[in-house]
Ligand binder design. Structure first.
Ligand code: FES
Length: 147
């Protein structure tokens, strides 16, 4: 194989690999990050954006320009969801999802999918919101803070 053919074949392989990798990344990100629609009293998310094939404990990060922090929605089982404000209860850093919990990059606090503290220094749980299915949408009620 001469140099020209080697380069031609190598570049073609790389291009195919990158195209496949991009498709995989696009598939991952489109399932996890959702722009919620601000509606009266809360945020609405079309249920068709949530993928039942993601399985139990799937999570979705819901953003909207009007929110100071995103909201993490855990699909805890077939019919139940939890919605957690992604602001650390310790000193206010934005949380990150790690498996089935939210962790704080600032000082290491961790919270389970219901918002309870699993690791300090945070003492208080996260702000949570009631979630319900209304027609074809998931509705996060921002008026109420769940106990
Ligand atoms: S701000 Fe999150 S642990 Fe300190």
């Amino acid at each position: 194989m001469n140099r020209r053919n080697f380069l031609r074949q190598s570049c073609a392989s790389c291009a195919l690999g990158l195209a496949g990798f991009s498709a995989v990344l696009a598939g991952c990100t489109s399932k996890r990050y959702i722009i919620g629609n601000m509606v009266k009293d809360g945020i609405s998310i079309p249920l068709n954006l949530l993928n039942p094939a993601d399985g139990p404990m799937a999570y979705y990060i819901v953003r909207n320009d009007k929110l100071l922090f995103p909201i993490c929605v855990f699909h805890t089982d077939k019919k139940n969801y939890t919605a957690l404000w992604m602001q650390c209860a310790h000193q206010g850093a934005e949380l990150q999802v790690s498996g089935n919990e939210l962790v704080c990059p600032a000082h290491g606090s961790a919270f389970d999918s219901s918002g309870k503290v699993t690791n300090g220094p945070a003492v208080n749980g996260l702000r949570t919101f009631p979630v319900s299915v209304l027609g074809d949408d998931l509705f996060i009620d921002l008026r109420k803070r769940k106990a």
